[in-house]
Design a protein around this ligand. Structure first.
Ligand code: MRU
Length: 351
């Protein structure tokens, strides 16, 4: 079954005929290649290897990974269902949507534990589909909410890729930008290239150009000079995990942009569904930050750009403190500073 059409025709994640199909995001924009998966362990590896990336997309993919593990149990099982939860949870550490989605799948399984294997499979598939479908709906809602804050005729800057590729479809930060472009509020988008994986250059520019949205690519070092010129009104980004006080873990370089934005009087918006909030973590400094391999920094794709054996650091995310954030948009509403009580009330009040 499945495969809900995301609004702009980008199919990063599809599930049909008992198989998961992922658009290989490592190869974009040069190649649009799809990889098919039937084993949960391969799905976990695909998440680690960045075939699929972006917090909500990782969660949706992991949910379908559990469906595959349940299906395999009815044939020759390569991985016990319990092990599949474990292996998928180890695939990447920062995006809390992964653990949120796995928890949802675990609750579904607990409810149908005494049912037949085929009933278990359909219950798990239904939950995975719901996670996928609700993510697209949430993005549309956040798109409208975020766009309502933007003045007509604005230029904006975004970082990494928080678009259709990073979600079930439409996007979080790019969802706001899509809605704001449709409402004539945003006239131009600057995309920061986002070293080392170049999600801004390879993915955001690709997505926006496919939609006919005016986009200009910027090196990360050019951001300060660009903001100083005074034409950019908002920086709009996604999130991988938001702590109870509104600190935001997102792609490395987000914090730099937030500091620059404050200095230049540019507003800073974070767009993330409620599945990205982690109320068990009180402050951002406790959010686990993924460290990736040094060669991702010393090489661009396979090309070496640093001296042999040059050490490199590669934290994949940073934490932006809440005081640098003007608005956090979630599908349940718009949050502004001071965040702690508002986050608690909004997330708890509406379930
Ligand atoms: O390493 P990535 O590409 O998974 O990092 C992605 C980001 O940091 C995104 O901004 C975040 O996940 C939000 S995606 C809607």
């Amino acid at each position: 079954m499945t495969s809900l059409a995301p609004l702009n025709g980008v199919h990063a994640i599809q599930f049909s005929n008992n198989q998961l199909t992922l658009l290989d995001q490592r190869l974009l924009p040069e190649q649009e290649t799809y990889i098919h998966y039937t084993q949960a362990s391969d799905v976990a590896q695909a998440i680690t290897d960045m075939v699929v990336r972006g917090a909500p997309a990782i969660g949706i993919t992991a949910a379908y990974g559990i469906v595959l593990a349940a299906l395999a149990q009815s044939e020759e099982s390569t991985l016990e269902l319990e092990d599949a939860f474990h292996v998928l949870a180890k695939s990447r550490p920062t995006a809390v949507n992964l653990f949120w989605a796995l928890d949802k799948m675990k609750s579904t399984l607990a409810q149908v534990q005494s049912h037949s294997v085929s009933e278990q499979i359909s219950a798990l598939l239904k939950t995975a589909d719901t996670i996928h479908q609700e993510d697209i709906l949430n993005n549309q809602t956040m798109g409208e909410l975020g766009a309502s804050l933007i003045e007509a005729g604005s230029q904006v800057y975004t970082h990494c890729n928080a678009g259709a590729l990073a979600t079930g479809g439409y996007g979080t930060a790019l969802g706001v930008i899509r809605s704001a472009v449709a409402n004539k509020k945003v006239t131009h988008v600057y995309a920061g290239e986002t070293r080392p994986w170049l999600q801004g250059a390879r993915l955001t520019a690709w997505e926006l150009m496919r939609d006919g949205i005016d986009v200009t690519l910027s090196t990360e070092g050019a951001a300060g000079q660009l903001l100083r010129q005074g034409n950019i009104k908002w920086i709009i980004v996604g999130a991988d995990r938001i702590s109870a006080n509104g600190d935001v873990a997102n792609k490395i370089g987000t914090y730099n942009l937030a500091v620059l934005a404050k200095h230049h009087g540019v507003k800073f918006m974070v767009v993330a569904p409620s599945s990205t909030f982690d109320l068990t973590i009180l402050e951002g400094k406790h959010i686990p930050i993924e460290d990736r391999a040094e060669h991702e920094v010393t090489h661009i794709q396979e090309q070496k750009i640093a001296p042999e054996n040059c050490p490199a650091i590669n934290p994949s995310f940073d934490v932006t403190p809440n005081e640098l954030i003007d608005a956090i948009i979630c599908e349940k509403g718009i949050l502004t500073a001071p965040f702690t009580n508002k986050i608690h009330n909004l997330l708890k009040a509406k379930g």
